[in-house]
Design a protein around this ligand. Structure first.
Ligand code: NAD
Length: 354
């Protein structure tokens, strides 16, 4: 059975990687990407897909109820995969209101449009999949057990609080109205098309431009890193099973503190330059182009307020019930990511300058 899918936020980092994955693996499915193109949205990330006959890009907001209802009706869409969000914790500290508008009001608008179109009369088969984060669970001490799906919600940043609010709405639309929903809470992602304000793409692009890599606090904050294509595969596993109403954790079982992660990344960059000295002329200011080690170009900066110490995901539900395991290990994933940024400076240079 082919799907007819609305992908919100499909021009952002994870959404773009998801639609690349989906069009390759499900070429008969229809995809409509709805994206308002904030600073984090980039139409060039999905430009190659726009030539496909069953792919459409719509420039607009998830907070526009008439637009969303019209798209669901006109295209007879039966699936929503909801990525659209304000997603950067630092920006949520500077200006939380946009996070409430997009992440909470936007999700409410989508849920109401879906309810109107999919549940009227006898209803039609459908699925609403909501993409969320492990940050809703709060923080862990270094020796605490990883978050399970039952972990209490304890969001600490405005971003995490807005995502927690959206998760609760999605749950309520299942219990109250019977909307067929699933939610996934995923750990930190990395890979291609990642806006260079987040740690890994910021580190790579800074080093390629000869700038230092800022490390918050003492660099001991721990995150569980997942290659973005593995996130797409995790969502696929959830969409392809029939149980609705619940939440699923997706994680990499791959905890790194920021300092060690940046050391691995620096090694990958140093290696890329020694394997292909051609990069020296393209990136002459990179330490690796000048016989220096990238790892020597880090600087410690003041910590983020309320910076969560550690996130770690217990993904055993997904593994045991759906057989899902991440495929890409961190060294290979970092190498692929470095290689993508080396080759795709036309994508990131305008963003790094902004
Ligand atoms: P991103 O910031 O790179 O992309 C967000 C996209 O949403 C952008 O294309 C933006 O233009 C679009 N958007 C924002 N407001 C919109 C609106 N009102 N209407 C339509 N589109 C809008 O974010 P990302 O890192 O790709 O994250 C995608 C989703 O995954 C988010 O819901 C985020 O909470 C979640 N998540 C992210 C991570 C991670 O490591 N990046 C981890 C777990 C979960």
């Amino acid at each position: 059975m082919s799907r007819r899918m609305l992908v919100t936020g499909g021009a952002g980092f994870i959404g773009a990687n998801f639609v690349h994955y989906w069009t390759q693996h499900y070429p008969d499915d229809m995809i409509v990407v709805l994206d308002v193109l904030t600073y984090a949205g980039n139409r060039s990330s999905i430009a190659a897909l726009e030539a496909l006959p069953n792919f459409e890009f719509v420039h607009g907001s998830i907070t526009d109820r008439d637009l969303v209802t019209g798209l669901l009706q006109k295209n007879e869409l039966d699936t929503i995969v909801h990525f659209a969000a304000e997603s950067h914790v630092d920006r949520s500290i500077e200006g939380p209101a946009a996070f409430i508008d997009t992440n909470i009001i936007g999700t409410l608008t989508l849920l109401e449009a879906a309810r109107e179109v999919w549940l009227k009369g006898d209803g039609v088969p459908h699925r609403f999949h909501h993409i969320s984060t492990d940050e809703v669970f709060g923080t862990l001490t270094h020796d605490a057990a990883p978050f399970t799906e039952q972990h209490p919600y304890q969001p600490n940043s405005p971003y995490a609080a807005s995502k927690a609010g959206s998760d609760h709405l999605v749950r309520a639309w299942f219990h109250t109205y019977g909307l067929q929903v699933t939610t996934s809470n995923c750990s930190n992602n990395y890979g291609p098309y990642h806006f260079p304000e987040k740690l890994i793409p910021l580190a790579i692009t800074n080093l390629l431009l000869g700038k230092k890599v800022p490390i918050y606090g003492d660099g001991k904050n721990v995150r569980d890193w997942l290659y973005v294509e593995d996130h797409a595969r995790g969502i696929e596993a959830i969409l392809n099973q029939d149980e609705v109403g619940g939440t699923w954790n997706i994680g990499g079982n791959n905890e790194w503190n920021n300092l060690d992660l940046i050391s691995e990344l620096c090694r990958a960059l140093d290696n890329a330059f020694s394997e292909d000295p051609g990069w020296k002329s393209k990136y002459p200011h990179c330490p690796a182009a000048n016989g220096a080690l990238c790892a020597d170009h880090r600087e410690f900066v003041s910590d983020r307020p309320g910076h969560d110490l550690r996130y770690a995901i217990d993904a055993s539900l997904l593994r045991n019930n759906l057989g899902f395991e991440p495929k890409i290990q961190i060294q290979a994933g970092l190498q692929q990511t470095v290689s993508w940024y080396l080759k795709n400076d036309a994508w990131w240079r305008p963003l790094a300058a902004s």
